[in-house]
Design a protein around this ligand. Sequence first.
Ligand SMILES: C[S@@+](CC[C@H](N)C(=O)[O-])C[C@H]1O[C@@H](n2cnc3c(N)ncnc32)[C@H](O)[C@@H]1O
Length: 232
Amino acid sequence: MLNPTRIEITAQTKAFIGGAKGTIAVIIATNSGYQKKAGTPCRGKFTEGLLDCEQIFRTLNIKPGLTILDAGCGNGYMSKRFSNQVAPSGKVYAIDRDQYFIKSLHNETRETHIVAMQADITGPTLLNESSVDIIYISTVVHIFSKPQMQGFLREVKRLLKLDALLAIVEIEKKETPFGPPLKQRYSAEELKEIVPLVPIDTVKVGEHFYMQIFQNKENQETTRICYRAKNL
Ligand SMILES: C[S@@+](CC[C@H](N)C(=O)[O-])C[C@H]1O[C@@H](n2cnc3c(N)ncnc32)[C@H](O)[C@@H]1O
């Protein structure tokens, strides 16, 4: 069995947490900080233990019957939490481009409401058009290049049902003890400028994290103008 070793957040780990893939270990967020799973190859960084999941469920009104896409699900911890809430009639699509995460999630979640799929969410997926109630994407969009972001937003528009939600969780765009370089991060205001959906709410979902929610309205432009006018 793996014996996770506690590591302190040092300048080096900060660089690692915000840095590129391919270094020595998986870093797992826990309530008390970050842990290193000894001996495993580095594949990603997770928000597990860093987000207020109850707040997220309440804000997004997660309930039985919903279809949720956890885009860039990583180890799939949030897919599993969502799955408990949408059962028995709902479904969670857990998508990641990393085959390792998807394989282990698939093995772990057979015969549940989770469908684990390896795919690139910045392009067309195999999911049906207008089939998803909520797209949840946590600490992924800051990784995207501009063309990838455009591709992701195109796929979001294709997948969301009318009035359905896009929830983007990101690390705040200010000095934090970990995270990517500030210039790589999005503020909620910057997201509102580029996402072609109606901004509904911005909620703090962790000490260093916010969730920006958008809704897929029928007449996007009119609603957007009304929203902006209301917020002048
Ligand atoms: C920082 S991790 C976040 C994981 C998880 N959402 C969380 O909050 O813990 C980013 C994840 O996004 C995935 N990812 C990055 N680009 C992707 C893409 N184009 N398509 C699918 N997954 C992607 C990575 O493989 C990684 O698992």
